[in-house]
Structure formats: structure tokens, C-alpha cells
Design a protein around this ligand. Structure first.
Ligand SMILES: [Zn+2]
Length: 215
């Protein structure tokens, strides 16, 4: 099974991904993790990517494609692509590599949640800078407001959880997702749209049921 997983920040993509890879014994190929791994290992691709990042630029599509295709080749049992492809050039690169290997993407799992639901989920998060514990001002309150339960001291709102940052990330996500969805819809790839505003276990059942029907 070869899948592309789409989902905005705060939609529970990590949890759903874990359940899919466990159910089908396939691997999770996250472009962010793979890029970090290549950089940490100091590989040729990693060094190239680093030079673009050092100068404040985006890593070019060609490098991302080479990195992802190399990881896909090692995952003969199948995979869930996460964070890739994000552009038409990346999607074309992926298609070319799949065609060469005589493989194809079986489906795209598109987790959908209204921005209006995601914003309070993310902007309500408070984190402990000492132990890393995460709370929420509405749904997971600490025993004492603004204080970590483990006695570490004051909780903070991480930069990533600030409203303006969340809004920008969501806007970027929707722009990239529209491109990817448009590209694969034209090519007739199965699009599995899931309402991910429901509780996690319901979302998971809906995803697995759709994936079962692909067989
Ligand atoms: Zn703490």
C-alpha cells in the first residue's frame, strides 16, 4: 500500500499515521524527518540541503525528490508519504520515479478540519519549557493555572502556537494542499476525504474502513 497523507497542523495527523502504518505494516516517510536525518548524517544530499537552509532559502524540489525517492526505494513493503509532495514539480518527480519502478500511489488520505476548530486547539496550548509537558487552557488544564503540575514553574505559549503563526501555517497548508489535490484529482487517483473533526478513534475507523475497500 502506497499512500499520501494530507492534514493541517493540529488535525491529529501523527496519531492517524501511526495507526495506518501499524495496521498495514508499512513505513512512515516524513519529508521533515528524512531531511533532518540526512543533515544529521552529513550525507551529500543532506549537505546540499543544509547549504540552502544556511542561506535562508528553501530546499529545492530536486533535492527533496531525490531524498524521498531514495527512502521510498528502501520501503518495498509500502509507505505513507507525509509532507511530500508539496508542489507540482515534486508530484511530477514522484510520478516519474513511481512509473520507472512500475508502482503507483493507491490513494490520498485527506484529513479535513475547519480552521475555526484548529485555531483554539493550537493557540490554547501551553508548554512547560523545563519538562516538555503540554497542557491546554480549555481541554487539559494544569492543576494550578499557568503552572506545570510537576513543579517546574511557569508554562509558556510556544512560538509555533501563537495565533499569527498558526494562521500563517494554515494558509500555507491550504495553498499547498489545493495544488496537490488538484494534481492527483486530474490523474484519477483515489481521494479519501475524512472528517477529522470527530474524535480520534472515529477518524481512525473511517480511515481504515476506506483503506480496506481499496483491496
Ligand atoms: Zn514541567
Amino acid at each position: 500500500m502506497r499512500l499520501i497523507l494530507l492534514g493541517p497542523p493540529g488535525a491529529g495527523k501523527g496519531t492517524q499515521c501511526k495507526r495506518i502504518i501499524d495496521a498495514y505494516k508499512i513505513v512512515h516517510l516524513s519529508s521533515g524527518d528524512i531531511l533532518r536525518g540526512e543533515r544529521a548524517a552529513g550525507s551529500e544530499l543532506g549537505r546540499k540541503a543544509q547549504s540552502y537552509m544556511d542561506s535562508g532559502g528553501l530546499v529545492p524540489d530536486g533535492i527533496i525528490i531525490d531524498m524521498m525517492v531514495a527512502a521510498m526505494k528502501k520501503a518495498s513493503q509500502g509507505y505513507v508519504l507525509d509532507g511530500f509532495p508539496r508542489t507540482v514539480v515534486q508530484a511530477e518527480g514522484l510520478d516519474a520515479a513511481l512509473a520507472k519502478a512500475g508502482e503507483k500511489i493507491d490513494a490520498i488520505v485527506n484529513l479535513q478540519v475547519d480552521d475555526a476548530l484548529i485555531l483554539p486547539r493550537m493557540t490554547g496550548r501551553r508548554s512547560c519549557p523545563k519538562c516538555g509537558a503540554v497542557y491546554h487552557i480549555e481541554t487539559l488544564k494544569p492543576k494550578v493555572e499557568g503552572q506545570c503540575d510537576k513543579g517546574c514553574g511557569a508554562l509558556v505559549q510556544r512560538a509555533d502556537d501563537k495565533p499569527e503563526v498558526v494562521s500563517t501555517r494554515l494558509k500555507t497548508y491550504h495553498e499547498q494542499t489545493a495544488v496537490v489535490v488538484g494534481y492527483y484529482t486530474k490523474r484519477g487517483v483515489k481521494m479519501i476525504n475524512i472528517d477529522a473533526s470527530q474524535e480520534i478513534s472515529k477518524v481512525n475507523r473511517a480511515v481504515l474502513k476506506e483503506l480496506e475497500s481499496l483491496k
